[in-house]
Design a protein around this ligand. Structure first.
Ligand code: TRP
Ligand code: SF4
Length: 328
């Protein structure tokens, strides 16, 4: 029996290695065995970037092209855009009625983002309601499992809370979905911090082998290895962190030759850069092929929306029925 799975990505443009190893590879695997719903969370992007709304279209195209080139297959999984599903905002409205403010204000991601982002920008009703919208994305397709990163676990807890509250007030209508955490390696950005577009430290899937080599060469290594003959400590080196995402590399050898100063950092970097570029070879080919067919994204999203809409509509009608709204 296939299980229904859903996950969304905010459209942030081109995908980077952090996305690829953290989630995308897992999604590509899941579509072989489960019933997968993968969507572009453009309303979610709007909760923080409502002033940059002009980028949503191009970012969505770039991201969907990356998805397809990386191996998400519209014949195996349903790929769609949140804002094409009109039933979502109405269901969200009903959920917003039953979730207490305190639950949203206590949400760790909310508190953290209020501190980290410009508070004047995210001090909005829509941003506070972010987890309600996310719960709606999940419950409207009645998914049971949600592949997400660790940071999204509190949102899944809120999703279950919303489902429980709705069910206890109006009768059993929605499931209680659980997170599906992958034990993906953390990918460091080229500056050693978490890889993130806002830090400008990304290796993009679309980067050429030369760009990848250039970016990796600029990375900071073990600060104790000043000269070629200094022995290194791979456990403190960001380049070694990168190696760990490629299980085909022999980590024992990489450690050994670093500790014994048998290799220079530039050679060590070039080797992993080459492997990254090689690993993305098929992606690069497919991506440039797809870029010549601009109608592909539109077609994929339309087909996906057509598949999701009846399911979403049905969930919405179940909720309306349970609440008893719209009756006389
Ligand atoms: N909140 C998720 C993030 O920031 C994106 C998202 C929106 C999502 N709706 C979702 C993820 C539903 C899983 C399921 O990454
Ligand atoms: Fe890092 Fe490799 Fe240099 Fe060792 S040899 S410090 S692992 S880049």
């Amino acid at each position: 029996m296939k299980e229904r799975i859903v996950t969304g990505y905010r459209p942030s443009g081109k995908l980077h290695l952090g996305h690829y190893h953290g989630n995308l590879k897992n999604m590509i695997k899941l579509q072989e065995t489960e019933e997968c719903f993968f969507f572009v969370a453009d309303w979610h992007a709007l909760t923080t970037s409502y002033r940059e709304s002009v980028s949503l279209g191009p970012y969505t195209s770039d991201m969907v092209l990356d998805w397809l080139a990386a191996g998400l297959d519209p014949n195996k999984s349903t790929i769609y855009r949140q804002s094409d599903i009109e039933s979502i905002p109405e269901l969200e409205l009903y959920f917003s009625m039953v979730i207490p403010l305190g639950e949203l204000e206590r949400c760790p991601t909310y508190k953290e983002q209020l501190r980290e982002l410009d508070a004047r920008v995210v001090n909005t009703y829509g941003f506070l309601g972010y987890p309600v919208l996310m719960a709606t994305d999940i419950l409207i397709v009645r998914a049971l499992k949600v592949p997400v990163g660790e940071d999204q676990v509190p949102h899944l807890e809120l999703t279950r809370e919303i489902s429980r509250r709705f069910n206890s007030i109006y009768g059993k209508t929605f499931p209680e979905p659980v997170p599906l955490l992958s034990k993906a390696p953390k990918i460091p950005g080229t500056d050693g911090r978490k890889m993130s577009k806002s830090y400008g430290n990304c290796i993009y899937l679309t980067d050429s082998p030369e760009e990848i080599q250039k970016k990796v060469r600029r990375m900071i290594t073990d600060p104790a290895r000043v000269r070629r003959e200094d022995k290194g400590h791979p456990e403190v080196c960001t380049v070694f962190e990168l190696y760990k995402a490629y299980p085909q590399m022999d980590l024992e050898i990489v450690k050994e030759r670093c500790r014994e100063a048998l290799v220079g950092c530039t050679d060590c970097k070039d080797e992993i850069a080459l492997e990254i570029a090689h690993d993305l070879g098929e992606f690069r080919e497919k991506r440039s092929e797809l870029a010549r067919k601009p109608e592909v994204v539109r077609d994929v999203l339309m087909e996906g929306a057509n598949r999701v809409k009846p399911i979403a509509r049905e969930s919405l009608l179940m909720a309306r029925e349970a609440i008893g709204i719209g009756r006389l």
